[in-house]
Write a protein that binds this ligand. Structure first.
Ligand code: GTP
Ligand code: MG
Length: 832
């Protein structure tokens, strides 16, 4: 038989827990000849559940892949975890799926989590097939299930287990196709592939994965009808996971979306080379000499990649929708100084953990979806690092939004610094998230500064003023801003932006938001009255209950903070017959705002890291102006069109005040029209931005050695020692701040310079090659890295104008960096 070139396609398996995803994967692998025997999750020998914890628990925890060949396709199955605690792990795979199989367990029908996954598949626009599993067990039967799928998911669900009616049912999904079919034409496999690709047709197959019934038919359907996306010739890839192999090598998991990738060649968008490209099936891999579009591979040797990152033609993806609403305080049998970096390693692998150091309380907090994830994390820490973790009572993660539109003003002008920003804060509907925009004309503030301000809006979690919780459901728009020709330095607009947002929040009417769960409660009909009373007591809402024989079902929603240990209570009073499914239903105004605000006791003006105040300059010295007086000092007029013209008085100098008094006495009240409408920006000038990028800092080593007091003194004695000291300082700084720092030394100054590069965690040290200056190296690197990262450069003033490197690059002076490093040291000292 001639070797046919098959198309690589990635196919995800998604469903609620225990629906049979792993069992189906094993069945498909066996029938396609990729495995000699069928692995069984119940026997702990499934190819895909190979992690110790998975075998022990019988559930999938980490998403994994396996390869199989069909006649037409080179398929990569991506098995995902179904437990809601690992839903974010499943969601992270969605941007890299060409197609998905959504499993439905015939005994359970459509579960709350099935709906969550269905909506996510729609959000990520993944063509989807359905496999209705466990048909060997008693259940409602094929017809009733098909009706439920068509009613609750989509009318495009078509039963592919019934070949007789297939053409007609598929034709019904498309008007033109129906017309041609009714006129006697036929529906081709290509027609069907197109409808699936457009998400207008969702093939449904029935079977039993465990008994291998309907599985080879399903494989046939996949082989015939799975659409293959058109791939571009330009290189593009998405990072979907970071993990470590048993030897501890860091793996960056990539899906190649266009072009191809070879090991040991520079990856566009990163300035690094992969040592190896591995193609995994289960826990085994082969190495690739070339990764083709559609393939998933794990690259070794890359240091600062992150899940969600886009490379080459791909842009970075938005953060996942599913997030935890509970934060746990964590301690271990290790001092925080040692515990934190270990937790950070796990956070890199599961970014949803979101480890937070609470400076006020001197505690480590992390986000968990629930108790199963908590137990898994505990086992992982023990297994990998021999550390035992303890978790304290979870806290609800509140958010804040605003009710009215305000203009926030921030001004930052200590001596020889300058920046002012006016930012409009507008409420968005629930679920709107944070949106950033600018309407500032480039005549008022050049585009480079504007994109900096937008990056500063996006780069950090801005805290509300009621409880210090993150803000959401708001649009932040840059109205106007001002820079100084000489004195605006990197960092000034960061200060002005942060302060403007907080100043705006202080003026606005804030609203506290709390997470709500949607629930489906099933329990014996006799006990439905008790359940209704309980849900009412928790402040929940519900629809009329439905009776399904001996059981009744109650659907509704309730505040997460009130749930407590209700699942256990339910199990107790129903003798284990009651079942409560919960899915996050977004944030709503808090039902007990006052009590929460009082118990948190947050004072926004005392939160110095998030100050709403501004700094102005007079007689060569900076002074603080309280947030409620900023408008009297600000240098720019209000950027809001709807602001009433107002009399400018606050920032007149004393002579002007006297003059004003005279004029007033002589001529009556003067109304100077100082208001100017905000210039309307050309829509082409609008800047759109991506989610926060990783921070990257390039440092000109010798420049720092000669500018920092401590290093200069050291260098007089021993230049090598000064270099090492700088390396140490930056290494801990980088680790603490979670920045990637590249320290560049001019190789010219070291006679023996090999042009070498060394890596120490997040710090990389580079000696430039002979004949290459540090400036030239930095410039080249900035041009490359600046596109994909938030980039700052600490270098000599002699370095070419950084503005020529692109608008995203910020310059930090040696003095500023020294200040930052000292501050970080101070924080670390307090912290540890
Ligand atoms: N009777 C029956 N049992 C099945 C079938 N498919 C899977 N099972 C059983 O259902 C249980 C869960 O199967 P898994 O394949 O681990 O389910 P999963 O969807 O991968 O579960 P998670 O990965 O934990 O979300 C196991 O005990 C399987 O043996 C089936 O078709 N019929
Ligand atoms: Mg599984």
């Amino acid at each position: 038989m001639s070797e046919q070139v098959k198309s690589p396609v990635s196919l995800g398996l998604l469903a609620h827990v225990d629906a049979g995803k792993t069992t189906l994967s094993e069945g498909l692998l066996y029938l396609a000849g990729a495995r000699r025997s069928v692995g069984r999750v119940d026997h702990g020998d499934a190819l895909l559940d190979h992690h110790e914890l998975e075998r022990a628990r019988g559930i999938t925890i980490f998403s994994k892949q396996a390869l199989l060949q069909t006649r037409r396709l080179d398929l990569t199955l991506v098995d995902t975890p179904g437990h809601v605690d690992f839903a974010a792990e499943a969601e992270r795979t969605m941007p890299i799926l060409d197609c998905a199989v959504l499993l439905i367990s015939a005994t359970d029908g459509i579960q709350a989590h099935t709906m969550t996954l269905w909506k996510l598949l729609e959000k990520y626009q993944v063509p989807t097939l359905l496999f209705i599993n466990k048909m060997d067990l008693p259940g409602p039967g094929e017809e009733a299930l098909m009706a439920q799928l068509q009613r609750e998911l989509s009318a495009g669900c078509v039963n592919f287990s019934r070949p007789e009616e297939l053409e007609e049912s598929c034709a019904l999904c498309d008007e033109a196709l129906l017309e041609s079919y009714l006129a006697g034409g036929s529906v081709t496999a290509e027609n069907i592939r197109q409808l699936i690709a457009q998400r207008r047709l969702f093939p449904c197959c029935f079977g039993s994965a465990l008994r291998l019934e309907g599985v080879s038919e399903f494989l046939q359907v996949l082989d015939t009808y799975l659409p293959v996306p058109v791939r571009s010739n330009d290189f593009g890839a998405r990072v979907f996971k970071i993990s470590r192999d048993p030897q501890g090598s860091r793996l960056t998991w990539l899906k190649i979306t266009g072009g191809s990738l070879m090991p040991r060649s520079v990856i566009p968008g990163l300035e690094q080379k992969a040592h190896q490209l591995r193609r995994y099936s289960g826990d085994k891999f082969t190495t690739l000499e070339r990764a083709l579009p559609g393939m998933l591979c794990a690259a070794t040797g890359l240091t600062d990649t992150y899940a969600g990152q886009g490379l080459g033609a791909e842009s970075s993806s938005e953060p996942p929708t599913l997030e935890s609403v509970l934060s746990y305080r964590v301690t271990g049998d290790l001092e925080p100084v040692k515990l934190l970096p270990l937790l950070r390693l796990l956070e890199e692998e599961d970014p949803q953990l979101k480890i937070v150091w609470d400076e006020g309380l001197k505690q480590i907090h992390l986000r968990l979806m629930g108790s199963v994830q908590l137990e898994v994390l505990r086992s992982l820490m023990l297994q990998r690092f021999g550390v035992t973790l303890q978790f304290a009572e979870p806290r609800i993660l509140y958010k804040e939004t605003i009710e009215n539109t305000v203009e926030g003003v921030g001004h930052f002008e200590p001596l020889r610094h300058y920046a002012e920003a006016h930012i409009l804060l507008e409420p968005l509907p629930p679920g709107g998230g944070l949106v950033f925009d600018t309407v500032c004309s480039t005549d008022v503030l050049e585009a480079g500064y504007q994109s900096m301000i937008l990056a500063h809006m996006a780069e950090k979690t801005h805290r509300g003023v009621l409880t210090g919780s993150p803000i959401t459901d708001m649009k932040l728009t840059l109205l106007v801003g001002k820079a100084h020709l000489k004195h605006t330095e990197g960092g000034d607009f960061r200060q002005a932006t942060y302060r403007a947002i907080r100043q705006g929040l202080m003026q606005a009417r804030s609203v506290l938001l709390e997470p709500w769960y949607a629930f489906v409660l099933t329990l014996p009909t006799a006990q439905i009255g008790r359940a209704i009373t309980d849900v009412r007591a928790m402040g929940g809402q519900f629809d009329a209950p439905k009776t399904l024989g001996e059981l009744s079902e109650l659907r509704g929603s309730l505040p997460a903070s009130e749930l407590g240990d209700y699942p256990q209570e339910l199990a107790a009073f129903t003798q284990g017959k009651g079942r409560l499914q919960l899915t996050l239903d977004g944030y709503r105004p808090c039902h007990n705002t006052q009590a929460v605000v009082e118990s948190i006791g947050y004072d926004p003006e005392a939160d110095l890291e998030n100050t709403p105040d501004s700094v102005f300059c007079a007689h060569g010295a900076g002074f603080t102006v309280k947030w409620h007086q900023v408008r009297e000092y600000m240098h720019l007029e209000s950027g809001r069109r709807e602001d009433k013209p107002r009399l400018l008085t606050g920032n007149l100098n004393p002579e002007d005040k006297t003059l004003e008094a005279i004029l007033k006495r002589e001529f009556g009240e003067v109304r100077t029209q100082l208001y100017r409408p905000a210039p309307v920006a050309d829509p082409a000038d609008r800047i759109t931005i991506r989610p926060p990028k990783q921070q990257y800092l390039i440092v000109d080593g010798y420049n720092m050695v000669f500018a920092w007091q401590e290093l200069r003194t050291l260098a007089r004695e021993d230049i090598d020692a000064a270099r090492r000291r700088l390396q140490d300082l930056l290494s801990s700084y980088a680790a603490f701040k979670k920045y990637t720092v590249v320290l560049v030394f001019d190789g010219e100054r070291r006679k023996d310079s090999p042009g070498e590069k060394t890596v120490e965690g997040p710090l990389r040290v580079v000696y430039t090659a002979e004949g290459e200056t540090a400036d030239a190296y930095i410039q080249a690197m900035a041009a490359q890295v600046g596109k994909s990262y938030t980039l700052r450069v600490a270098s000599s003033d002699g370095l070419v104008q950084l503005s020529s490197l692109g608008s995203g690059v910020l310059r930090v002076s040696a003095r500023e960096l020294e200040q930052e490093v000292l501050e970080a040291q101070e924080q670390m000292r307090k912290y540890y």
